[in-house]
Design a protein around this ligand. Structure first.
Ligand SMILES: [Cu+2]
Length: 172
């Protein structure tokens, strides 16, 4: 056996040990759940009747660490029905309230977050067909740290939307 071959063989066990160690680490990283992991669920999701573009308001509960909404799309039976959904924040500018696109909407740790009129919401653009009272839209939220989250968006009256907003504000 040539010396070079022997050297290569001696190197082999070390490489496979490193591989075993790496995959063990990967398993630990995957299975461990820490209090810092986000645990987000949808409490409420609603919009009002409309066509073309719609604002969706959400209340989320998070029993874990902080996360961010980084995207959203209509899904299931509503997949492909809208051109896009953008994230919007409401900002006060010169005493006027305007909407501005955002890359992400924060979901605070250990708290309820209401993406409500005056705060953040999702803007559905280029919607095919109108949504009417009693309709629902299927929505998938993309979160930065946790997996995708499904929500059923109810289409409610303006009065009902304001009631739900008041509920979200009253809850801790
Ligand atoms: Cu908006």
């Amino acid at each position: 056996m040539a010396p070079r071959d022997r050297a290569r063989r001696r190197g082999a066990p070390r490489r496979s040990l490193a591989l075993v160690a790496a995959s063990a680490l990967a398993l630990v990283g995957c299975g461990a759940s820490s209090p810092d992991d986000p645990a987000v669920s949808v409490v409420d999701a609603y919009t009002i009747p409309g066509e073309g573009s719609l604002a969706i308001y959400l209340t989320l509960a998070n029993e874990g660490g902080g996360d961010d909404i980084v995207g959203a799309a209509l899904s299931g039976p509503d997949e492909g029905r809208a051109e896009r959904i953008t994230l919007h924040r409401t900002v006060a500018r010169d005493g006027l309230s305007t909407m501005t696109p955002a890359d992400r909407l924060p979901v605070a740790a250990g708290a309820r977050t209401a993406l409500e009129p005056g705060a953040g919401h999702l803007m559905v653009e280029g919607l095919q067909g109108a949504v009417e009272l009693g309709d629902t839209l299927q929505l998938t939220l993309e979160l930065d740290r946790s997996g995708p989250l499904e929500a059923t968006v109810e289409v409610v009256t303006v009065e009902e939307a304001l009631d739900r907003l008041a509920d979200a504000e009253a809850r801790p």
